[in-house]
Design a protein around this ligand. Structure first.
Ligand code: FES
Length: 134
């Protein structure tokens, strides 16, 4: 076993859990995904991932993401909770164009989840999936 590890102080931002393996301590953002029928899924998503990846990695139904996040399919479409619309970065032109192919897009609330990068500031974000994707 690693001689000398026991006495090493943890690095900044890291901690030594009881089993002596370094683990990064960082904030997660809790995102609520709401299915079209109202079923809610609260998921902790790691900053740096996209809202789509948070759904995909947690098996949330209603976000298909057929293109894998390349902004080329619009099957990751959601409606953003009105309280959050202005707190997200604006859509870029490519997302705007692709939203034209989404099922019943809303001019204000619709977003493609593969284009929304999760940050700790998005903790509490709520998104609702449409009745269907395309
Ligand atoms: S996953 Fe295809 S556009 Fe978002």
């Amino acid at each position: 076993m690693g001689a000398g590890r026991k006495g090493c102080p943890p690095l900044n931002g890291w901690e030594w859990p009881s089993w002596r393996v370094a683990r990064k301590v960082d904030g997660m953002a809790k995102i609520t995904y709401i299915e079209h029928d109202g079923t809610k899924h609260d998921v902790d998503v790691r900053p740096g991932m996209t809202v789509m990846e948070g759904a995909r990695d947690n098996g949330i139904p209603g976000i298909d993401a057929d293109c894998g996040g390349a902004c080329a399919c619009s099957t990751c479409h959601v409606y953003i909770d009105p309280a959050w619309v202005d707190r997200l970065p604006a859509r870029d032109p490519m997302e705007e164009d692709m939203l034209d192919f989404a099922y019943e897009p809303d001019p204000v609330r619709s977003r493609l989840t593969c284009q929304i990068k999760v940050t700790e500031e998005l903790d509490g974000l709520q998104v609702q999936m449409p009745e269907r994707q395309i």
